[in-house]
Design a binder for this molecule. Structure first.
Ligand SMILES: Nc1ncnc2c1ncn2[C@@H]1O[C@H](COP(=O)(O)OP(=O)(O)OP(=O)(O)O)[C@@H](O)[C@H]1O
Ligand SMILES: [Mg+2]
Length: 393
């Protein structure tokens, strides 16, 4: 995403469970560890000084081992749990200090939550379950039914509105949970391992569906996950959480490419790098040759200077015409026409393509021209850089 405006801002957040949270907080602030605080006070420091922002339309994934504080964090954001210290704002509105009326407004109109185990009302139909939040909001029956059916349609459950939830499979029930959140149409979605209980194939379907939905809906999402592949697939950014703190926050490429410590590496080491890294990561935005301006001599000079075995030649409009090889140019000698040396059969790619998908295009050994959507030259990718990126640990 480009320069997001912050929708959710969390600053210096703490959540301590126990009889005397303020005492525990002062011990933490005095530099005691989570274990020391627990030993001396019996309190659990579930969130320990967490700060972050989530941009409008961003999917922010929080990942970490069981007990690291993920659910507590997300529950603080809609104040199912009240933070012990720190600030949370949504669209600038204070959540931590909000009165009952403001809280109600936030939960009805701003933030919806989807849980791992979604409890559907068994004696209501699927559509009635989806309507539930709208009914609480005081919406009339016709309008809320229409919204519910549309939300069911969005999650691929059109035609299932009139049956009881018991007739649905686990995956379908989870879709109902998502439909319920979508029907309310809040800008913020908090999702606590919503696909965690699904079997892998259905889970993958749901992930793909969420990606497609998000492309259209551009919700602001905090998504909690145990699973790195899920996190990498869904997250614009990922926060890795340990013992109540964020160890690292970054894009999928930053997390995998530059894990902050052994805890993060333990999550990332099994990752298929080719599915995380894109052409953009290893593209060289180098200076190409320009037809009609550059000569064979400049070609040899520039390749030597850039330590390249070949360079792209572009026209005045930056359209690539082909490649010139160092051996051909050096062998041709001064005064030779550059045009006659251009190899016009060359591989191309775009910045957003994953390395795994351009792997086949490396087989010829020639650099791949990276083009923008208008087909203009942006840079090149060398096969050896693709291979070394894929092989890196
Ligand atoms: N209501 C509570 N009372 C006391 N301690 C709690 C409470 N809720 C959570 N905790 C503790 O806070 C810590 C964080 O728990 P939390 O449920 O947020 O972790 P999580 O990362 O969501 O774990 P999981 O992946 O298992 O869902 C844990 O040590 C947990 O035992
Ligand atoms: Mg949890």
């Amino acid at each position: 995403m480009n320069q997001p405006t912050a929708k959710i801002v969390v600053r210096d957040l703490y959540k301590i469970f126990g009889a005397n949270p303020q005492k525990a907080l002062s011990l933490i602030n005095a530099g005691k560890s989570k274990d020391e605080v627990h030993d001396s006070t019996g309190s659990v420091v579930a969130i320990n000084d967490v700060s972050f922002e989530v941009g409008a339309g961003e999917t922010f994934v929080v990942m970490g081992l069981s007990g690291s504080g993920k659910s507590t964090l997300i529950r603080c954001v809609n104040r199912l749990i009240k933070a012990t210290a720190g600030d949370i704002t949504i669209d600038g509105a204070d959540v931590v200090g909000a009165d009952e009326k403001t809280l109600r407004d936030i939960r009805l109109n701003k933030v919806s939550m989807v849980f791992q185990h979604f409890a559907l009302l068994p004696h209501r139909t699927v559509a009635e379950n989806v309507e539930y939040g709208l009914k609480i909001k005081g919406m009339g029956p016709d309008e809320r039914r229409e919204r519910a059916l549309k939300a069911l349609d969005t999650v691929g459950l059109s035609g299932w509105g009139d049956v009881p939830p018991a007739n649905l499979s686990g995956g379908m029930r989870q879709r109902v949970g998502l439909a319920r959140a979508l029907a309310v149409d809040t800008e913020v979605l908090l999702m606590d391992e919503p696909f965690g209980a699904l079997d892998p194939l259905i889970r993958n379907d749901m992930q793909q569906e969420l990606i497609a939905l998000q492309r259209d809906l551009q919700k602001t999402i905090i998504f909690i996950s145990h699973d790195l592949h899920e996190s990498l697939m869904l997250g614009d950014r990922i926060a890795i959480m340990r013992d109540g703190s964020f160890v690292q926050v970054g894009t999928p490429e930053e997390i995998v490419g530059n894990p902050a410590d052994d805890y993060v590496s333990a999550f990332t080491k099994e990752v298929d790098r080719g599915r995380v890294f894109t052409v953009k990561t290893i593209m060289q935005a180098n200076e190409p040759l320009v037809m009609g301006r550059d000569t064979v001599e400049t070609a040899v000079g520039r390749m030597t200077e850039q330590a390249q075995n070949s360079l792209y030649v572009i026209d005045d409009a930056r359209k690539p015409l082909g490649l010139v090889n160092l051996t051909d140019a050096a062998g041709a000698g001064a005064g030779h026409d550059l045009k006659s040396l251009v190899v016009d059969d060359f591989p191309t790619a775009t910045e957003g393509e994953h390395l795994i998908d351009i792997y086949d295009r490396c087989s010829r050994g020639a650099p791949i021209a990276v083009l923008c959507s208008q087909g203009l030259y942006q840079g090149m990718v060398r096969p050896r850089d693709v291979l070394s990126e894929l092989a890196a640990q």
